[in-house]
Write a protein that binds this ligand. Structure first.
Ligand code: ADP
Ligand code: 5SP
Length: 497
């Protein structure tokens, strides 16, 4: 048995994969809180992730009804970019600033300038620094909390922190490290000179964790963890990775020519590549994958979070919200929502706020607003998909994952707005499944059974063909008109053509 863990923004999921039977035996979920402020602050206490992991683990174990000592390895996936700071005793210094923290937008702008703008950033890192990446959080800390900054002895990403709690080992791996902004995606090495732009003393270079390859293990579970979770003490903790990197594994996106779209707290779109991406649009992030390749990606910060905000404003549950949105016409009666409730990464609008446009006495209804938020957030992803398409990536079929993919309406909306066939994996928790597959990869190779990641993905990743959604020509046209309105509003308000 292999345990896959995905520490997302809204909650942690755990899956138990039965390698012999080729199926999931149990799944568990526990939510997280979020520290959020109007100035863009988005933080979480790392101990909340551990508590959620514990609860989700016990739920999964109960459902699986297995002996926990049959679990051989654990693979952890985590929300990218978050900054976890440990002191010299290995204690967490303060809450982690997250991928969606836009309070740090001024520090990102400052660092981009110090790097020499987009061209300088591309030259030093192989990607363009964006608000949300880890680097700007370090400068923010130095400026706002110098005492805490002075106490930093280790800097980790969320999944590295879970690995540390599980194994006691401090390490990072290429996939998630590539989203820090202090890592060169081409050489797969830290970029210490970039950290020097935050603190020229060279101190930050010394607090970087060592880097692992995707198939390497961080170590074994700590004795205390093994006792608490009822595990054998030789259970391996694989390198893990960022949730998008692990979502790629969990959707079989480890070969050129596959596109995955995730409707989570963030919206992401990515396609793996076995070559260093060349001359991509600056908004396409050339992250590394956790399958020893690259994973050009676009990310929008406002997705299910924005949909939940509208839903909660009307006091609706998910089923009621979906029913309202379904009852409204395509184009939401002429209402366009620019859903930048928390700034935005793609398009690059970290300081933007949300807008509702085209309201009149006839169209102002709960149903139209519910639809407008689904359309507006999906149009943001279409903006990103066009960048991927311009880079020559074939996206006639999209593998759809994330909480929003459970909505029939949203699946069809994605198919129609992107004019692509949409397929959903049979195992919906793709990032957690990716973690379990990576754990199996690492463990089977430890046992001398040379096993490729490809063969494991072929075995465990399957799609629900009966549930595939095709674009409907008439609706594609209607959404195209609504998307045109969205682009015109973007142009008028932000001069974005
Ligand atoms: N049936 C559904 N219809 C619409 N949205 C849904 C449905 N089920 C879940 N969601 C959305 O998915 C969100 C959680 O997505 P998830 O991918 O788990 O987020 P994260 O990984 O960022 O924590 C929920 O808050 C909710 O908005
Ligand atoms: O910042 C990014 C990708 O660059 C986000 O995709 C985070 O990794 C958060 O993921 P979810 O919580 O939406 O799964």
């Amino acid at each position: 048995m292999y345990l896959g863990v995905d520490c997302g923004t809204q909650g942690t999921k755990v899956v138990i994969l039965d390698q012999e039977q080729g199926r999931l035996r149990g799944e568990g979920y526990a939510p997280h809180e979020l520290i959020s402020a109007a100035n863009g602050r988005r933080e979480q206490e790392p101990c909340w992730w551990i508590d959620a992991f514990r609860r989700a683990y016990h739920l999964a174990l109960e459902q699986a009804s297995i002996d926990s000592r049959t679990i051989r390895a654990i693979g952890v996936s985590g929300q990218q970019h978050g900054l976890v700071m440990l002191d010299a005793r290995g204690e967490v210094i303060r809450p982690a600033k997250l991928w969606c923290d836009t309070e740090t937008a001024p520090q990102n702008a400052e660092l981009l300038q110090r790097l020499g703008g987009e061209a300088g950033s591309m030259a030093q890192l192989g990607l363009v620094l964006a608000t949300g990446y880890t680097l700007s959080k370090l400068l923010w800390l130095k400026e706002h909390e110098p005492d805490n900054f002075g106490r930093i002895a280790h800097i980790l990403l969320p999944h590295d922190y879970l690995n540390y709690w599980l194994s006691g080992e401090i390490a990072a791996e290429y996939g998630d490290a590539s989203g820090t902004g202090y890592f060169d995606i081409r050489s797969r090495r830290w970029a210490p000179q970039v950290l020097g732009l935050v603190d020229p003393s060279g101190r930050l270079e010394r607090v970087l964790p060592p880097l692992l390859e995707a198939q390497q293990a961080v170590g074994r579970v700590r004795a205390e963890v093994a006792r608490e979770l009822g595990l054998n003490d030789d259970v391996l903790v694989s390198s893990g990775g960022g949730d998008n990197m692990m979502g790629a594994i969990g959707t079989g996106n480890i070969r050129d020519g596959v596109v995955t779209l995730s409707l989570g707290t963030s919206g992401t779109l990515y396609a793996c590549s076995d070559r260093v991406p060349q001359q991509l649009h600056p908004q396409l992030a050339s992250f590394c994958s956790s399958s020893n390749g690259w994973l050009p990606l676009i990310c929008t910060m406002n997705l299910t979070g924005a949909a939940n905000a509208v839903r909660e404003m009307f006091g609706l549950n998910l089923a009621q919200f979906n029913a309202e949105a379904v009852s409204a016409p395509i184009g939401a009666g002429g209402i366009t929502m620019l859903p930048f409730l928390n700034g935005e990464r793609v398009p690059v609008l970290p300081d933007a706020t949300g807008s509702l446009l085209g309201l009149n006495m006839q169209n102002l209804s709960a149903a139209n607003l519910c639809r407008a938020v689904l359309e507006g957030t999906t149009f943001g992803l279409r903006y990103g998909l066009d960048l991927l398409r311009d880079a020559g990536i074939d996206s006639r079929e999209i593998r759809l994952i994330g909480g929003g993919s459970k909505s029939t309406l949203w699946r069809q909306l994605v198919a129609d707005v992107m004019n692509a066939r949409v397929v959903c994996p049979q195992i919906g928790e793709a990032a957690a499944l990716g973690g379990a597959i990576q754990a199996a990869w690492c463990d089977l190779n430890r046992m001398g059974q040379s096993t490729s990641l490809e063969s494991l993905c072929d075995r465990f990743v399957a799609f629900d063909d009966a549930g595939a959604v095709e674009p409907v020509a008439r609706d594609v046209e209607a959404y195209e008109a609504a998307y045109k309105n969205y682009r015109q509003h973007l142009q008028a308000m932000y001069q974005l053509s």
